[in-house]
Design a protein around this ligand. Structure first.
Ligand code: 2PG
Length: 250
């Protein structure tokens, strides 16, 4: 049985302030750190062990992974950090308050910017101080740093990483822990579960909650479930298949 565990980072400062985040490199809140600790603890209690970990180059995901690894006694495992697992780029919306933006542009427009797979938020101007293209962290991709993305754009780069790094590891029986972001995980779920069109629009990924995918030898999903600390509640596949949105994320 091949398994991979996907975890969205714990609550971030911008999650708490209800701001569009994207590639903005904000840290975890105290609650977010506690969520990460609990995610590591529930995995340890359920005897999950990992051979490798992968995450984005954004500190809210990296710190979540560190806290989880510490909790599991796995700080030593090889870790790959890649911009391809960064959150979807939110363009010129990055840093703005979501509620204020909805008042200004309307709920419908903001919903499209947030959940349409094809609509891109307004692009960030390259002269804007928020533009990440000059950040040394992105030196290797300076000519490709996005100024906005829709979910399709995000999925393309996430899948490039999945095919190049994750699939070969899984085929070699390495147990992979992937700590990333709401929309990079939504893109992966859309691909793994072959969700057509805008079907992913109602699915939200909760912060700091391990999502376990069991895969067959062709890496096709057999089932998936969340591991939760409280009652170690396992969300039923029926619930997931019905597209029940998990709205505990923010
Ligand atoms: O702000 C963001 O980058 C994401 C995740 O927090 O928000 P949304 O839920 O709108 O995709």
């Amino acid at each position: 049985m091949i398994k991979i565990v996907l975890v969205r980072h714990g609550q971030s400062e911008y999650n708490e302030q209800n701001r569009f985040t994207g590639w903005t490199d904000v840290d975890l809140t105290e609650r977010g750190k506690e969520e990460a600790r609990k995610a590591g603890a529930i995995l340890r209690q359920n005897k999950f062990v990992f051979d490798i970990a992968c995450t984005s180059v954004l500190k809210r995901a990296i710190r979540t992974l560190w806290i989880m690894q510490d909790e599991m006694g796995l700080l030593w495992i090889p870790t790959d950090k890649t911009w391809r697992l960064n959150e979807r780029h939110y363009g010129a919306l990055q840093g703005l308050n979501k509620e204020e933006t909805a008042r200004k542009y309307g709920e419908e427009q903001v919903h499209l910017w947030r959940r349409s797979v094809s609509v891109r938020p307004p692009a960030l101007d390259k002269s804007d101080p928020r533009y990440e293209g000059t950040d040394p962290k992105y030196k290797a991709i300076a000519d490709r740093v996005p100024v906005t993305e829709n979910l399709d754009d995000t999925e393309e780069r996430v899948l490039a990483y999945w095919r190049e790094k994750v699939e070969p590891s899984l085929h070699e029986n390495r147990r992979v822990l992937l700590v990333a972001h709401g929309n990079t995980i939504r893109a992966l779920v859309r691909y793994l579960d072959d969700i057509p069109g805008d079907g992913i629009a109602t699915l939200n990924i909760p912060t700091g909650t391990p999502l376990v995918y069991e895969l067959d030898d062709d890496l096709k999903p057999i089932r998936h479930y969340y591991l939760e600390e409280d009652e170690r509640k396992v969300h039923s596949d029926a619930e997931a298949a019905a597209g029940a949105p998990d709205v505990r994320s923010e």
